[in-house]
Design a protein around this ligand. Structure first.
Ligand code: ATP
Ligand code: MG
Length: 409
């Protein structure tokens, strides 16, 4: 038997409906903040991600689905959304008007070890705002994420953590200082982190291995080494979050896996999903547009994992509803009139399921019962002759004849 590719799952109609509901909720909230949907291709040149996400990130080093096209050019399935949005921003004249605010949704692909809350095809909703340099944009984007999450019932079940990573000016000396401190304890670090020491020492700070954590706890924080402009940005953000009365926690060890972040980074986590505790993550990436060949433009955004949100939200009221009517057509002559009646009712906005051909009265009524429709419309030879239909309330069994024309008004 053929199965789905490992780490990729089917969304059966109930799941697809729940995903769609969450996307709808996001659309409504995000549009109130001036964000509009953008759709970019699922496939991009591999180089887009190696350049935008960064060569030394987990995503680029080991998680991308990369393959040559028929001409031998390297393509990758998108592992995240920001790189494509930045490319689109630059390709299309850098937005018509700044700030340019867009949101996206859709599948992302990462070759990771599949487990609860972690799959190889997963869905994200994310947003990006280009052209606003100050902390007000950070605060608004964070507020928008929290507003959406509260709206889907997760308001007090999530933790918001924020850190600042500074800008290239203050990060370079900080990085040196950090690397020096870490090197003094290199023996206590895991193999992976020993390698990170030279290439990307900040990543040591968020290593989950206990030995590394002990070292990280005593390492210097980026916040203590900010330049004046970055310090002002962070205190501005603190003031705005305070004004909004948003609860958050400063987490000096959060560095985020992507190379492109500057200044603000944040994560929204849950304590309800075990190891896979991050539901959303984002931050500011002021250098990325220029690094990708565009005019220097500050930007900030986030992405959320929809499967993790779905797991937290659980069952949702509503779901796929039964049809309004079950059209039970009995006998050959009733099939075509039944088809027409069903079509007309659908054109009038009703949900109609029609019986299978060839069933006896008993059989089609069994189908009607299984459909869950509150009302069956029974069409037998007598009804067809009289241009009528027998309307049967399934719960009470009460029934009455109604003319076709009347049915449609
Ligand atoms: P993690 O630390 O869990 O690997 P990440 O830092 O790689 O997360 P991001 O790239 O920031 O994740 O993506 C944003 C969100 O997308 C995550 O917070 C998470 O909810 C979700 N996500 C990321 N990778 C996966 C995956 N493989 N399966 C399901 N959801 C994922
Ligand atoms: Mg990851």
């Amino acid at each position: 038997m053929m199965t789905a590719v490992r780490g990729m799952r089917d969304f059966l109609p109930e799941d697809a409906w729940r995903l769609h509901r969450l996307e709808q909720a996001a659309r409504e909230v995000f549009s109130r903040y001036g964000f509009h949907e953008i759709r970019t291709p699922l496939l991009e040149w591999s180089e887009l991600f190696t350049r935008a996400v960064g060569e030394t990130t987990d995503i680029v080093e080991k998680e991308m689905y990369t393959f040559p096209d028929r001409k031998g050019k390297s393509l990758s399935l998108r592992p995240e959304g920001t790189a494509s949005v930045v490319r689109a921003f630059i390709n299309h004249g850098q937005g018509q008007r700044l700030p340019w605010r867009v949101w996206y949704r859709g599948p992302m692909f990462r070759y990771e070890r599949p487990q609860e809350g972690r799959s190889r095809q997963f869905h994200q909703i994310g947003c990006e705002e280009f052209g606003a340099a100050g902390p007000l944009a950070d605060a608004q984007v964070i507020a928008m994420a929290m507003h959406f999450l509260a709206g889907i019932g997760l308001g007090n079940r999530l933790d918001l953590e924020i850190n600042t990573l500074g800008c290239p000016d203050c990060r370079a000396p900080y990085r040196e200082r950090l690397a020096d401190k870490l090197r003094a304890h290199a023996a206590a670090l895991c193999d992976n982190c020993q390698q990170r020491l030279a290439r990307n020492p900040l990543r040591v700070l968020d290593c989950k291995i206990p030995g590394c954590r002990v070292v990280a706890e005593r390492a210097p924080h980026a916040r203590e080494h900010l330049c004046a402009a970055c310090a002002e940005h962070f205190s501005g953000l603190e003031a705005y979050l305070g004004a909004l009365d948003l609860a958050w926690r400063y987490n000096p060890l959060m560095v985020r896996g992507l190379d492109y972040y500057t200044r603000t980074v944040f994560e929204i986590t849950t304590q309800e999903l075990g190891a896979q505790n991050a539901v959303a993550a984002g931050g500011r990436y002021d250098g990325l547009v220029a690094a990708m060949g565009g005019r220097p433009t500050p930007a900030v955004g986030f992405a959320m994992g929809m499967e993790r949100l779905m797991a937290l939200v659980g069952t949702m009221a509503g779901g796929i509803a039964p049809p309004d009517f079950f059209l039970a057509a009995v006998g050959v002559e009733a099939q075509a009139p039944g088809l027409i009646l069903a079509e007309r009712l659908r054109a009038a906005g009703r949900v109609v399921e029609m019986s299978q051909e060839g069933g006896s009265m008993k059989n089609v009524m069994k189908q009607a019962g299984r459909s869950g429709a509150p009302v069956a419309l029974i069409l037998g030879p007598d009804e067809v002759a009289a241009r009528q239909v027998m309307v049967k309330e399934m719960a009470s069994g009460a029934q009455r004849s109604v003319a076709w024309d009347e049915m449609l008004t």
